[in-house]
Design a protein around this ligand. Sequence first.
Ligand code: DSN
Length: 427
Amino acid sequence: MARPGIEPKTQPEFRAPLAEADPDLAEMIRRELERQRSTIELIASENFTSRAVLEAAASVLTNKYAEGYPGARYYGGCEVVDEVENLAITRCKSLFGAEHVNVQPHSGSSANQAVYFAELAVGDSILAMKLTHGGHLTHGMKINFSGRYYHVHSYGLDRETGRLNYDEIEELAREHQPRLIVAGASAYPRSIDFERFARIARSVGARLMVDMAHIAGLVAAELHPDPVAVSDYVTTTTHKTLAGPRSGVIMCKRGLGKGIDKAVFPGLQGGPLMHIIAAKAACFKLAATDEFRERQRQTVANAALLAKRLKEGGIQLVSGGTDNHLMLADLTDIGLTGVEAEKRLEEVGITVNKNAVPYDPLPATVTSGIRIGTPAVTSRGFREPEMEETAAIILSALSRNINEAEKKKLRGRVNELLAGFPLYPHL
Ligand code: DSN
């Protein structure tokens, strides 16, 4: 601490706030804040993180090198960050009932990569969900590292029901004898039976990894079957339903912990992002509260209501609805592609993403569907009345003959709706 009256000796540029040091960048960040404030955010994988998490993520912990793990670092001065990392680990263990936790992965993708690196040799077989049916890039997509280094067998959704067909997954597991089965999805609107996955894995001597990135908040709130108790490995991001910083985590059985830690560091990463680990610690604390559990309950209720209204308005949903925080709309019957619907909604102030539907005849850059999720609007405070209005605006925006004047009116309704839900008023 500088004594009163003593001028800091750092250069003026070092002390200048962003708005002075880099006004162009500051302006871009201001515009992004404005964009977030002025649109209805329905991208299923996004959320608004809390002020506490933002503060931790922007803290001086970004300055610290801490290669290694608490108590065994390759740098001096790690006494405080050791405490921070241990706090994040302890809170994550307690939140999810995990035996071993590694909080260092920079992202969900790098968490998945670390599990593969720990568990598999190049050329080993995995069985995972097809990207085009709702899986993830790291679940074996052809040009992703997972598709290039491992022998990938995929399962998809049943053409009739739009749901996972566990009997078929079991048959595929018997046929291909994978070393690792991957469960979890990026665009699956139904609950996943992780116990069944675990039984399938056990029956063929495979390990089970669950990527629960999308549903981690629901799992923490006990609104979705728990993967942690029944899986060898569970990976997650921390920024989706969990509402933390943009990052990843690995949980695993105690006996697999050493292998995971070695795969993360020094296998794949150098210095951990200690500021983001601090933000994860804050996120785990918040996720253990009754308020968080209530928000997850509302997220699911909001999704159910939106799905019901969209269906009543003539929009087909893959699997006919949702059990979780998201739905997948198949727009074939209303004559719009995913890319057209995404643009149409953007014009009226609603953000979603185009998304392939199972057996989609259109390419990934066009798609026949959109994915819609409720975590972000629920964090913002939307409840049933606001979801009714959101559904009505979406249905009008996607109607066949909408003109520019009508779009403008819808934009006005979006603005009006959002006016009652200020976002980050302290910024
Ligand atoms: N890209 C993410 C999503 O949008 O679901 C998955 O990690």
